[in-house]
Design a protein around this ligand. Structure first.
Ligand SMILES: [Zn+2]
Ligand SMILES: [Zn+2]
Length: 333
């Protein structure tokens, strides 16, 4: 049984839970919902007027959900800029398809296990479940591979490629895997892979060809691209939450990713989600200190993933500001 008392670490007497106005998709009546309660049991909310469920049920699909509905604003800004440069988008897509996508597929077909209805169909069904909920129907190639650390990765543009590590499969239950799959599908929906290729070109081949001074001048661009990549993870987390539709599951999954799955921990104790959420909020307070902010900048500037605690805070912030509930009630692009 998952501990849902983490909400009291965020919303309490000193910081009461906000209420959010939700428009009923059946009768258009306005309903006010308490965010702290809707975050853990959205299925219990019904419209005060027509008595229909306010939010989509776990297996209802979004209809033609656009990734623009949930893209993090820093991610969306960069994607808009990249898409607006004439020719770049087409050039990157061609490069991606001809090299990156083929290389990934070749490597995984050579070294990993491809899943199908005849091979690990249970994993296929988990991916189908997340795809159906997000209403994104990529032709995908699904693999798993033996790896000692929890990881999932995605590639592909026209044809999606998804791969899960065995450590991740050991570690997560089915609902948490739906969150992870939704996260990976979010990357595909926003075409993050295509834009990431630009960073790879800058960091490898493109930079080698540049003279020293140009490489130095491109440093701010590289750091800006790293920052965008970290924000693209926040977009993907939102897609993961829209797929699993349970904030506790999403946060639990993040805690497990930070904790690993070593028997030295798991045999001795049960991890506490409220304590983990509290830890993230402590970091938020520390980041208001200048020295801690500089330390954080030093650690993060060349990372492709945001700190786990930031991902927790950003996801909770997205839930708190109501955008998650709007989408879950059928109001999206
Ligand atoms: Zn209604
Ligand atoms: Zn990701």
């Amino acid at each position: 049984m998952t501990d849902t008392s983490w909400t009291s670490k965020i919303w309490n007497d000193s910081h009461p839970s906000p209420k959010h106005e939700v428009l009923c998709r059946h009768c258009q009546a306005r309903n006010r919902v308490l965010v702290s309660r809707a975050a853990i049991e959205p299925e219990k909310f019904i419209c005060a007027q027509c008595k229909q469920p306010l939010f989509l049920t776990p297996d209802e699909s979004f209809k033609s959900l656009s990734s623009r509905s949930f893209e993090h604003k820093l991610d969306a800004g960069t994607l808009r800029t990249l898409r607006a440069i004439p020719g770049v988008s087409v050039l990157l897509k061609t490069l991606f398809k001809q090299f990156n996508e083929r290389a990934y597929l070749y490597n995984l077909t050579a070294n990993a296990i491809r899943c199908s209805e005849d091979q690990f169909p249970e994993l296929v069904h988990i991916v189908d479940c997340a795809s159906s909920r997000l209403d994104c129907h990529f032709d995908y190639n699904l693999f798993f591979t033996s790896m000692p650390f929890s990881n999932a990765f995605t590639s592909g543009g026209s044809e999606a490629i998804l791969c899960f590590s065995t450590a991740l499969l050991n570690h997560l239950d089915d609902d948490e895997l739906v969150f992870v799959t939704g996260h990976e599908l979010g990357h595909l929906m926003s075409e993050h892979m295509i834009s990431r290729l630009l960073l790879e070109i800058l960091l490898s081949g493109g930079l080698i060809a540049l003279p020293e001074i140009a490489r130095y001048l491109s440093l701010p661009i590289q750091l800006a691209l790293f920052k965008w990549i970290r924000c693209s993870e926040l977009t993907a987390d939102r897609a993961g939450l829209l797929a699993c539709r349970n904030v506790t599951t999403a946060l639990n999954c993040m805690m497990k990713m930070a904790a690993g799955n070593d028997p030295g921990v798991t045999k001795r104790t049960t991890l506490s989600l409220p304590a983990f959420v509290e830890q993230a909020y402590q970091l938020k307070k520390q980041d208001s200190d200048l020295m801690d902010s500089l330390i954080s900048l030093f650690f993060i500037q060349r990372q492709t993933h945001p700190f786990i605690a930031w991902r927790v805070l950003e996801l909770i912030d997205w839930v708190e500001n109501g955008n998650y509930f709007d989408i879950l009630s059928g109001k999206y692009i």
